[in-house]
Write a protein that binds this ligand. Sequence first.
Ligand SMILES: C[S@@+](CC[C@H](N)C(=O)[O-])C[C@H]1O[C@@H](n2cnc3c(N)ncnc32)[C@H](O)[C@@H]1O
Length: 316
Amino acid sequence: MIAPALDSEFARDVWAGLGRDGQKTLPCRYLYDSVGSALFEAITNLPEYGLTRADARILHKHAGTLLDRLPGPLLVAELGSGTGAKTSAILQRLRLRQAVTYYPIDVSGAALASCAQCLGPLAEVVPVESSYLEGLRVVAARRAPGETLLVLFLGSTIGNFEPAAALDFLGSVRLCLMNGDAVLLGTDLVKPVEQLLAAYDDPAGVTAAFNLNLLGRVNRELGGDFNLRRFTHLARYRQHEQRIEMYLRSRVPQCVRIPAAGLTLGFAAGETIWTESSYKFRPDQISGKAAAAGFRLVDQWIDAEWPFAENLLVAI
Ligand SMILES: C[S@@+](CC[C@H](N)C(=O)[O-])C[C@H]1O[C@@H](n2cnc3c(N)ncnc32)[C@H](O)[C@@H]1O
């Protein structure tokens, strides 16, 4: 099919993902409009979703050691910061040693606004509303001579990349950095299937709402006529691939129009749209990936309650 001329990147991505033959897909970055970011915040508070609390516990416990590994003036950037709530542990420690400038980078303007409000008392917060690498290039260009860049990539967002793309991505991050700069990489670890499925398909239906909102966003921004009640949320775990997959499944045969993406689509009953993958890791898988991207793994902290690792990588 020849791509029509479309107005926005969102429209082009929707056309490419839904207009293709075979498995329909939508990129997970579009889950985070203002409604999606608010729903994600709610997810992080769910009893079944232990990931964020584990990440926060590690940061709280080890921020001092982490900063001791990186002496000298630091500039802090965060990829996909969201509201940046967990990052306060690091900024609080760092401000005991220096005035802190913090660059949260995110595609969600709503999340950045909460972030600036929440972390403003701890640092000069300079929000960068853009995609990860574009934002990181902006930050890297602003660093003063002698400053070390600490890049936070928390919450296991790296798990949303396919493995080869994750390596490419880390390699591209490395190209923005200088020797001695650091990346703090959060990675959710493999754990029992029931625990994972509950985390991505909670009984209160918050994750379902987060996923379904993607269709709502297509309706709001591209004039689509998805009836959200005719789709259900589906999460499954692929043991061999070590990944959670999230889908939206059509309950009935139906036709959907998305004028601004130039699409009229047929869905069979049971047909799915793949909206997100979330890879899980084993602790021993990190150092090889780090090395392949030009980093050395210098520290790894694992939470005692919920298998999750924070990994400190230094650019070599
Ligand atoms: C899984 S959430 C994690 C939020 C936060 N870091 C945490 O640990 O709770 C992913 C965040 O990355 C942002 N995001 C997703 N894709 C992005 C992209 N391509 N570029 C920049 N930010 C992105 C989302 O808006 C969201 O705030």
